[in-house]
Design a protein around this ligand. Structure first.
Ligand SMILES: Cc1cc2nc3c(=O)[nH]c(=O)nc-3n(C[C@H](O)[C@H](O)[C@H](O)COP(=O)(O)O)c2cc1C
Length: 190
């Protein structure tokens, strides 16, 4: 099963030096208030590159401030965010790893948003979740543009791949499923 773990792999032209991929993991770092990755994230990601992972996927990074699960999460909603991501990406590349980003919006699971948005005005189960406001059709179209802008900034920062977060009960998933979250996932914050 693990015979090939340390052999190279190619997926859609992306050359990986081995099969070790680090999944995106929100850091909820209290030092990040403006969505920009900081020293915490720099050390977190570079140390995995130094450790030998072939591909590192940066944590859920949101397309607008109120798309964050908490105010301590990363975002890429303005061009001002690009340099902080580029610094980490350059550092990871310097240590021989590839790096991607997970672009997202928490929708009705945005805990610190004054008024979260969602496909419909139905709250996520649990006392810490607020009643969301239903997005209008125009706002849904604007949301698509926010994802596109975020993707463009990630490419400008130098990412090797982009993952769109369509799971765990966040905005894209909310459009796909009536269930509050993936039935298999019982984690409160993922
Ligand atoms: C602290 C923590 C933060 C996480 N944040 C994210 C995230 O930002 N995006 C995501 O898709 N999954 C997130 N997850 C889920 C993991 O990426 C991964 O899917 C999960 O740990 C299961 O991985 P496994 O199937 O390799 O064991 C998080 C998990 C943990 C433990």
């Amino acid at each position: 099963m693990t015979n090939h773990l340390f052999s190279p792999y190619e997926i859609k032209g992306l050359q990986l030096k081995n099969r070790v991929v680090m999944a995106p993991m929100c850091q909820y770092s209290v030092t990040a208030r403006d969505g920009k990755p900081n020293e915490w994230h720099y050390v977190h990601y570079l140390s995995r590159a130094i450790g030998g992972a072939a591909l590192i996927i940066m944590e859920m990074t949101d397309v607008e401030p109120d798309g964050r699960i908490t105010d301590f999460d990363l975002g890429i909603w303005s061009d001002d965010h690009i340099p902080a991501f580029a610094r980490i990406i350059d550092g990871v590349h310097a240590h021989g790893a590839k790096i991607g980003i997970q672009i997202a919006h928490a929708g009705r699971k945005a805990e610190d948003a004054k008024e979260p948005v969602a496909p419909s005005a139905i709250p996520y189960p649990g006392s810490r979740y607020k009643m969301p406001r239903a997005l209008t059709v125009d706002e849904v179209n604007q949301m698509v543009q926010l994802y596109a802008d975020a993707a463009r900034r990630a490419v400008q920062a130098g990412v090797d791949m982009i993952e769109l977060h369509g799971a765990h009960g966040y905005l894209i998933h909310q459009f796909q499923s009536l269930l509050p979250t993936n039935a298999k996932m019982r984690m409160e914050k993922t």
